[in-house]
Ligand binder design. Sequence first.
Ligand SMILES: Nc1ncnc2c1ncn2[C@@H]1O[C@H](COP(=O)(O)OP(=O)(O)OP(=O)(O)O)[C@@H](O)[C@H]1O
Length: 281
Amino acid sequence: MTATKFHSFSELVQDRTESEPTVQLPEAPPVAPKLETQNLSFYYGTNQVLYDVSMKIAPKSVTALIGPSGCGKSTFLRTLNRMNDLIEGTHHTGTVLLENIDLNAPEIDVVALRKRIGMVFQKSTPFPKSIFDNVAFGPKISGLRNKKILAEIVEYSLKQSALWDEVKDRLNDSALALSGGQQQRLCVARTLATQPDVVLMDEPASALDPASTSRIEDLIFELKKDYTIVIVTHNMQQAARISDQTAFFYEGHLIEMGPTQELFTKPREKQTENYITGRFG
Ligand SMILES: Nc1ncnc2c1ncn2[C@@H]1O[C@H](COP(=O)(O)OP(=O)(O)OP(=O)(O)O)[C@@H](O)[C@H]1O
């Protein structure tokens, strides 16, 4: 009887590689980014506030932008749907791409662009109109007049923004009678009514009480099934709770970006670590 020869694990691996050619599994195809910035710099007059920011944002994900006050998070967010165009004396260098299309190319229709990349602001700003008319506003100014379709869009958008059950019996009441948290969800509905693929949110919960904040966070989590979401937040716990990836900005530079859990537990850069451990900011 021949004695069995025991191998160490590394020998076994070696034996195997020597005797059989290894089969390379094909790599999973990379997901094309929904949005991408390449070497994006931004200036208010001569004041440069973003420096060579290159970022890729995956579709149907939540990306949180964090960093101390004044580091350029909101400015960066606004470059993603050209909201900065509305501020006089600004300019940028570098490129912003939506599905590989240059957003700043001369042929881009900015109004159409802002429908595809909608925005929700820090303070909810419903119009002094009915709940229905607030949500129907975008489709109406796009020329939609069919009442049945408008009603469907309003219902769909209010359902997606988790407000429908609370308002379905009073769609003709003034939007200004809603609570702060409801008004913010109404503003989300108003944005969704224009059927965007991307929703940008600039501190959407900062003016809300904890219960309303939690509803907005749940809503963001639900919305990422259908939309790509980029959110500016001062609240690191919020970023950790709701985002798939987090980007840390400091003094206009993108210091680090990665999967949220990794960035919060194993930051690669010292500045990120100092910020998330509360040493500054
Ligand atoms: N409209 C503007 N005109 C001139 N400078 C501006 C304007 N908006 C922002 N800035 C400047 O650009 C820099 C970045 O501001 P930004 O608001 O993008 O930062 P932030 O990280 O979002 O800050 P915060 O967290 O306080 O909102 C700051 O120095 C700010 O003063």
